[in-house]
Design a protein around this ligand. Structure first.
Ligand code: SF4
Ligand code: SF4
Length: 341
């Protein structure tokens, strides 16, 4: 690991240089909010963003993608579509890096997902530590996701007029190897980093009534709690909470046939456990027909089922689901209720 410094005056030059080597994706302003999108000019980059509408993991797992080019008259002539291009994700906050780490684990599981993994293998992540919480709903301090130990190639920390930069991987070091914008960190830079981190730690607060490692059991104990009915009465099943989540990955697969009835495409599209028909099967049976059951399932998937399978939570505490819920259903309030707060 190297410790380097990048002056903020050199960020435009860096953006131009990176954009020449790969598709550069970073935070951009969109009306009064921010989105991850392609950066073709330095002035488009908005590194001082609080959070984005959709997480950067959606660059790796798009909402609609072709999987197979179909030949209905000759099935053996059908061809898988696996595409990727060298991409740099710049300015990714720690919780969103951890969201990508979770998708890496899920999509590497058997059977491995070639589409996701091909894109991921060509992606370099330049993370950016947050200086303060981005919303009243994020749980990154409780979840321990406000800082990063791994999962990135380069990590930037704002020191005011400059960024302190940690390199984590060979790919990260290679990316900036010949660029003239970086210098070795000095003892004064390291002192400034210590001060910045102290200020940062003081600004993050716990929002939960108990430790997060109690959530799996607390949720199981609350399986029949009236909480789910209360939440279900307000939930509109709009699916926003799952669409904005960096760790939701459910999808549906459908075949689209062209008018010649010979060619077609097998596509996948995001799906959501909050959709009324998500758990409907042939014959019309629906295993989770009510919003209360679907909301309970969402929280169990994050904190119980993935914990049992992978030994970790699948919620990185980004707060998007709470901040964007049209019915003001807040994850932190539900967690607090089951934790007894
Ligand atoms: S965003 Fe809110 S209203 Fe929409 S499905 Fe999720 S919890 Fe229900
Ligand atoms: S469940 Fe909500 S807070 Fe947790 S990662 Fe998903 S969107 Fe973020």
């Amino acid at each position: 690991m190297k410790t380097l410094v990048l002056s903020k005056m050199d960020v435009p030059g860096l953006v131009e240089a990176l954009g020449e080597t790969a598709r550069l994706i970073g935070p951009r302003k969109k009306e009064h909010q921010f989105v991850f999108g392609q950066i073709t000019k330095p002035e488009q980059l908005a590194l001082e963003y609080p959070t984005t509408i959709l997480p950067p993991s959606r660059q790796l797992f798009p909402n609609d993608e072709p999987l197979v080019r179909l030949r209905l008259d000759d099935v053996a002539a059908s061809r898988e579509i696996v595409e990727g291009e060298k991409t740099i994700l710049l300015g990714v906050h720690p919780c969103d890096v951890q969201g990508i780490n979770i998708l890496d684990e899920v999509f590497s599981d058997s059977p491995p997902d070639a589409n996701y993994l091909t894109r991921r293998s060509q992606t370099i992540i330049i993370a950016l530590e947050c200086q303060a919480p981005c919303s009243p709903y994020n749980l990154c301090f409780d979840k321990g996701t406000y800082r990063l130990e791994w999962g990135y190639d380069l990590l930037m920390i704002d020191l005011g007029d400059r960024y302190f930069v940690f390199t984590r991987t060979g790919a990260g070091e290679e990316l900036i190897g010949d660029l003239p914008f970086f210098r070795a960190a000095t003892p004064a830079d390291r002192e400034a980093l210590g001060r910045a981190r102290e200020t940062q730690a003081g600004s993050f607060k716990t929002r939960l009534a108990g430790p997060v490692n109690r959530l799996p059991n607390a949720l199981k104990e609350a399986y029949d709690d009236l909480l789910w009915e209360a939440v279900g009465r307000r939930c509109l099943s709009c699916e926003t909470c799952t669409n904005v989540c960096p760790t939701c990955y459910c999808f549906d697969v459908a075949d689209e046939v062209e008018l010649d009835l010979v060619n077609g495409t097998r596509c996948r599209q995001w799906d959501s456990c909050q959709s009324c028909t998500f758990a409907e099967v042939a014959g019309g049976e629906n295993f989770r027909p009510r919003p209360s059951e679907r909301q309970r399932h969402r929280l169990f998937k994050k904190e119980v089922y993935q914990y049992e399978k992978y030994g970790r939570s699948a919620c990185v505490g980004c707060g998007r689901c709470s901040a964007q819920c049209v019915a003001s259903i807040r994850l932190n309030e539900m967690y607090n209720q089951v934790l007894g707060g």
